[in-house]
Design a protein around this ligand. Structure first.
Ligand code: PEP
Ligand code: MG
Length: 594
């Protein structure tokens, strides 16, 4: 039966594919694709784990037999029988094998997916006794997964890319060619990064706001995504056909042939539109009244520089360096490793400038994706977004911070580098950050290691910074407005919390006032200023930002051409008085829609 689920649209386009539900297991398991030559080894890992669990259950059963003279726990014996029966069930075993050999899932993923599919079948049974057997399936899944943890996979997680597919490629057989869409309760930014090179044609998460970091990574992957879809991971089943409408923020489950045809058409329209936009790649971003606009790229990993150059970016306006620090179980990258990564980004940009932001972890960007880690973090810090995040985290560990600063200064020997500090709010933080840059440089001099000049910049992303702008203008070469956080901290709305997402308003008069004031004051004092939050890549806001005087935008490479199209059609001399009206309005959104 067809039904739809509504969430928040985060990345545009239409994806059609079979659902892969991840991470509902109680055991933390990795999900990744294997190479065909690894199929046998993965099936073997499942076989060994299953046999170990069977042996263990038989041993327990034998122990129970010995206890017969005393009080025999009949119920326990019956449960163990059911577990043995399930473990030896051909459907279960064949299903797991099929997921490994047909879809190239790693062993743990195949086990959880197959057992989940089975659990759903039990869920639907009329008979209460049978329905309750679902708990047994969960228990054996846990036992097998734990047995496998004793013999971890020798295969490293990241994945061979199978490319994206359109609705025309839909195959109804169960092979590796079926497009897949990922549905999860939650994915940390580190999880998302793992999936970055993967095959998924789209993403859905139950939780998250439009500018949560998970959504930002999804957007950078340029595939349709919906977050804040509440109970999607409960309502959608493993393997259901699903349409993700990333423009409308809707998921259609089990679409009828008519709906499928409709969305297939929309998908092709989207592809044509992208093709049309690609012609603008070499067109300079200049408005009708001859204002030159700088279009920069936001990147997460050094190799994203390729996409930035391909999209015609004139530099990187924001390299979120924290992604180099994530998912490493606490082992932070050393100076050489970071230097190599920054150098790769600098070289990838072929002489264009790269703005490297120092690490911004904390809040919705935990270092690791382990659920235990998140629990620990949440218990330790009741307001993580207001806690030890970004520059505060760096200043709390000067040795770690100096390591990063030295690596960035060394990379600057290979090209134009700008060094950007996140979330500064106080004069003391500015002084410490700048002093540490000087120390890092002196240390490199002392060691005789080459390094280069950098321009120093600050993010304006807390109201305190926007309200004390002259101090920032005095100390820094350039400023970059992080609207994602500026909105969060101005309006007291957690950007990652879907339950308050309706109040997260980029055009709230308070936000616009801080933004407009920052842009105009920087322009008046001849200080470079750009916007690198998600507002910069939102085509519904391009005209407003131009009207407010913004001339430098930084966004995901996939958004650059659409924003450029808006710029080519704009006349800033006409937009300026209109932007002033929007700024003075009680309800700016109504003027934007007009
Ligand atoms: C922002 O806050 O707008 C920003 C660009 O930084 P991040 O999204 O990484 O917090
Ligand atoms: Mg920020």
């Amino acid at each position: 039966m067809t039904f739809s689920i509504h969430g928040l649209a985060v990345a545009r386009g239409i994806a059609i594919g079979r659902a892969v539900i991840v991470a509902s297991s109680r055991v933390d398991v990795a999900h990744y694709f294997i190479e065909p030559e690894q199929i046998e080894a993965e099936i073997d890992r499942v076989r060994v784990a299953r046999n170990a669990v069977v042996d263990e259950i038989i041993r327990v059963q034998e122990g129970l037999m010995d206890m017969r003279t005393k009080e025999t726990p009949h119920e326990l014996a019956a449960i163990l029988d059911v577990h043995l029966m399930l473990l030896q069930d051909d459907d279960l075993i064949d299903g797991v094998k099929q997921r490994i050999s047909g879809r190239l899932y790693n062993a743990e993923w195949a086990v959880t997916a197959q057992l989940e599919a089975l659990a759903r079948q039990f869920d639907e049974m009329e008979d209460r006794y049978l329905r309750e057997r679902k708990a047994d399936i969960e228990q054996i899944a846990e036992r097998v997964l734990r047995a496998m943890q004793g013999a971890p996979s020798p295969i490293a997680p990241p994945v061979p890319s199978r490319g994206k597919r359109s609705s025309q490629d839909l195959l109804l057989d169960d092979t590796v060619d079926v497009p897949l869409v990922l549905i999860a309760h939650d994915l940390s930014p580190a999880d998302m990064l793992q999936f970055k090179q993967s095959v998924f044609a789209g993403f859905v998460t139950d939780v998250g706001g439009k500018t949560s970091h998970t959504a930002i990574v999804a957007r950078s992957m340029d595939i349709p995504a919906v977050v804040g879809a509440r109970s999607a991971s409960q309502l959608v089943r493993q393997d259901d056909w699903v349409v993700i409408d990333g423009d409308a923020g809707v998921i259609i489950v089990d679409p009828s042939p008519i709906i499928l045809a409709e969305y297939g058409f929309k998908q092709r329209q989207g592809e044509l539109e992208r093709e049309r936009l690609s012609r603008l790649r070499f067109t300079p971003a200049v408005t009708l009244d001859d204002q030159k606009i700088e279009l920069l790229a936001n990147i997460e990993m050094p190799d994203d520089a390729q996409a930035a150059v391909a999209a015609g970016a004139v530099g990187v306006g924001l390299f979120r360096s924290e992604f180099l620090f994530m998912g490493r179980q606490g082992a932070l990258p050393g100076e050489d490793e970071q230097y190599e990564a920054y150098k790769r980004a600098v070289e990838g940009m072929q002489g264009l400038p790269v703005t490297i932001r120092t690490v911004d972890v904390g809040a919705d960007k935990p270092l690791d994706n382990k659920s235990a880690d998140r629990i620990h973090r949440d218990e330790a810090h009741l307001n993580p977004a207001l806690g030890l995040r970004a520059i505060r985290w760096s200043l709390a560990d000067p040795a770690m911070f100096l390591t990063q600063l030295r690596a960035i200064l060394r990379a600057a020997a290979h090209g134009k580098v700008n060094l950007l500090f996140p979330m500064l709010g106080a004069a003391s933080e500015i002084r410490q950050a700048l002093a540490l840059v000087a120390i890092a440089r002196a240390e490199l001099d002392q060691r005789g290691i080459p390094h280069g000049a950098v321009r120093l910049g600050a993010m304006i992303e807390v109201p305190a910074a926007a309200l004390t702008l002259p101090m920032f203008i005095r100390h820094f070469d350039f400023l970059s407005v992080g609207t994602n956080d500026l909105i969060q901290y101005t309006l007291a709305i957690d950007r990652a919390d879907e339950s308050v997402a309706h109040l997260y308003d980029p055009v709230h008069p308070a936000v616009l006032r801080l933004l407009a004031g920052t842009i105009s004051e920087c322009r008046a004092r001849g200080k470079s200023v750009s916007v690198c939050g998600e507002m910069a890549g939102d085509i519904t806001l391009t005209r407003l930002l131009l009207g407010l005087g913004l001339r430098s935008f930084s966004m995901h490479p996939s958004q650059i051409l659409a924003v450029k199209q808006q710029i080519l059609r704009a006349d800033t001399s006409k937009l300026q008085p209109w932007a002033q009206q929007v700024l003075d309005a009680e309800d700016p959104a109504s003027l934007l829609a007009a």
